[in-house]
Ligand binder design. Structure first.
Ligand code: ATP
Ligand code: MG
Length: 311
């Protein structure tokens, strides 16, 4: 299965590309064992026509995964990306499912809507938890019956859409709170993918950094600098609340402010970690990897007690 290039036509909301700096990644950099496992799951899911629900933090690469699923599914239609949070609740029905000519004042012609535009392809619904409940009900019906009724239309029209939805929240909790349609949740759960936060797949950090360095150096026509040992450690230590998008921005800026042929920690502009904490971290790592069984057990107990104290 090839994941090299997209080459697919694409429709997006104008604001779908949140960061104007962001590049459209062509490759999925997945090196950490957890990412490789995810890639396997993705390759198994992609050719099946079931809906997919991707759960992951902001900036972790959910849309990129969705594009790869579309690419690997061999569906000939468009990949249509819609941010549910950006849809006006009053027009959500018409935006998603389209409308018949004359159904609103000023609607002289009909419109297919995002669902119809994805006919034969993949509809990517970002932050699906933001969809109003009545629209969730209509969405489930459209997926189950393979047809949609445009606003103001008398008859439903057949559609063949593969849905890939994404969420950064736990939809099970939204269901429990009565904010998300339970049957839609169970329908989506069938093809569930958990995209771990970047800090949970540390093995990806340096490969992604090098990947972004390569791309931005080429774009800015600069030689590709090396990442110094200390900068590598700083990259691996940071908790990346903004995940891969944050890493991409950090690398882009580091490239712009670095003067020599090496990226140093000060070019990364990451929050400073006190030297004492770094020393403790080194010590802990040493005990965990080299210590005796009893030293490791004592350390684990100590960490547990400390966590209890902090809670
Ligand atoms: N594994 C990866 N390999 C290469 N590039 C990646 C990878 N993961 C994410 N990126 C890049 O990081 C940026 C953020 O990814 P993406 O937009 O897919 O995240 P997201 O989870 O959809 O974000 P949001 O929650 O804000 O919608 C993009 O430029 C994307 O190309
Ligand atoms: Mg996104």
């Amino acid at each position: 299965m090839s994941f090299e290039a997209f080459g697919q036509p694409l429709l997006t909301f104008p604001d779908a590309e949140k960061s104007p700096l962001s590049i459209r990644a062509k490759a999925l950099v997945f090196v950490d064992p957890r990412s490789r496992q995810l890639r396997q799951e993705l390759e198994q899911l992609a050719p099946r026509s079931i809906s997919v629900l991707i759960r992951g933090e902001t900036g972790s690469g959910k849309e990129l995964l969705a594009r790869h699923i579309h690419r690997a599914s061999d569906r000939g239609g468009l990949f249509v990306s819609v941010n549910c949070g950006a849809i006006s609740p009053n027009y959500a029905d018409a935006e998603l499912f389209g409308y018949a000519a004359g159904s609103f004042s000023g609607s002289a012609s009909s419109r297919a809507g995002w669902f119809g535009s994805a006919n034969g392809g993949t509809l990517y619904l970002d932050e699906i938890g933001d969809l109003p409940l009545p629209i969730q009900v209509k969405l489930l019906a459209a997926l189950e019956n393979h047809e949609v009724t445009r606003v103001g239309a008398q008859q439903p029209s057949p559609v063949d859409v593969r849905l890939v939805a994404a969420t950064s929240i736990d939809l099970a909790q939204a269901v429990a709170a009565g904010k998300f349609h339970e049957r839609l949740y169970h329908y989506l759960r069938e093809g569930r993918l958990e995209l771990p936060a970047l800090r949970e797949r540390v093995g990806d950090i340096l490969s992604l950094s090098e990947y972004f360095l390569g791309i931005y150096s080429q774009r800015l026509d600069l030689p590709v600098p090396l990442i110094s040992e200390a900068a590598q450690q700083a990259l691996e230590r940071h908790s990346w609340p903004g995940n891969t998008r944050e890493l991409e921005n950090v690398i882009h800026f580091a490239l712009l402010v670095s003067t020599g042929d090496e990226i140093l920690p000060e070019h990364l502009n990451l929050p400073e970690v006190p030297a004492s904490l770094v020393a403790i971290e080194r010590q802990l790592k040493h005990i965990l990897s080299e210590g005796t069984a009893s030293e490791r057990a004592a350390l684990k107990q100590l960490l547990k007690d400390a966590a209890l104290l902090l809670l």
